[in-house]
Design a protein around this ligand. Structure first.
Ligand code: GTP
Ligand code: MG
Length: 200
């Protein structure tokens, strides 16, 4: 799939005010600073669509983008970053959980993981919660450009090992870099195929 039109629809702190859930929706979630907003910009070929920052806590609201007039891409605030004030972290978590529980049109939640980091309880526990609540998700390992090929492989193998301690199989996963464009084609292909499945 090629993204030809990407339009900002609205920002919300209230899930009930989000756009009518009448189109397939994909959301990006993960720790603050993992690269959610950057990845949205990379996929949509628009450096300025989603606001990014080197300082964690940049995205504070639920942001809906309408893609190709056909489906929604959603940028969410990050969770669990130590450098974000505790009450802000709690506010973001509440917002995120409310969002997940109230979007019947959510096809896949993309959980972003920094490919440089060892598995962290915040992320693995979050994915376990998704599993228990039957929320379909995929993993995207971000910032691949920051590692050598070998280190990247090692890091992902370690992640798989830890995941397979609690999961029967790895969820679908992708490796991305917002600076090189790595992962773009696969992620868009996955979205295209899963949209088709929702319409069969
Ligand atoms: P919050 O909105 O705070 O939750 O963060 P976020 O997950 O949206 O992260 P954001 O996209 O704002 O990126 C955080 C920082 O990481 C920025 O300085 C980006 O330029 C950088 N960054 C994001 N993705 C990549 C990547 O693939 N490669 C490299 N080298 N830097 C990246
Ligand atoms: Mg962001």
């Amino acid at each position: 799939m090629n993204i030809t039109v990407a339009e900002f629809v609205m920002s919300n702190s209230d899930v009930n005010k989000c756009p009518k859930p009448d189109k397939p929706e994909y959301a990006f979630i993960g720790r603050s600073n993992v690269g959610k907003s950057s990845l949205i910009n990379m996929l949509t070929n628009n450096k300025n669509l989603a606001k990014t920052s080197s300082k964690p806590g940049k995205t504070q609201l639920i942001n809906h983008f309408l893609i190709n007039k056909d489906w929604f891409l959603v940028d969410l605030p990050g969770y669990g970053f130590a450098k974000v004030a505790k009450n802000t972290r709690q506010r973001f978590s509440r917002l995120i959980f409310k969002y997940i529980e109230n979007r019947p049109n959510l096809v896949t939640l993309f959980v972003l993981i920094d490919s440089r980091h060892e598995p962290q309880a915040k992320d693995t526990e979050f994915m376990e919660w998704l599993g228990i609540n039957e929320v379909p998700f995929s993993i995207i390992f971000t910032k691949a450009d920051k590692l050598t090929k070998q280190k990247l492989n090692e890091s992902i193998n370690t992640y798989k090992k830890v995941m397979l301690e609690s999961w029967e199989e790895m969820p679908p996963y992708f490796i991305s870099s917002s600076s090189s464009g790595l992962g773009k084609d696969e992620i868009l292909k996955y979205i295209e195929e899963t949209i088709k499945m929702t319409r069969e």
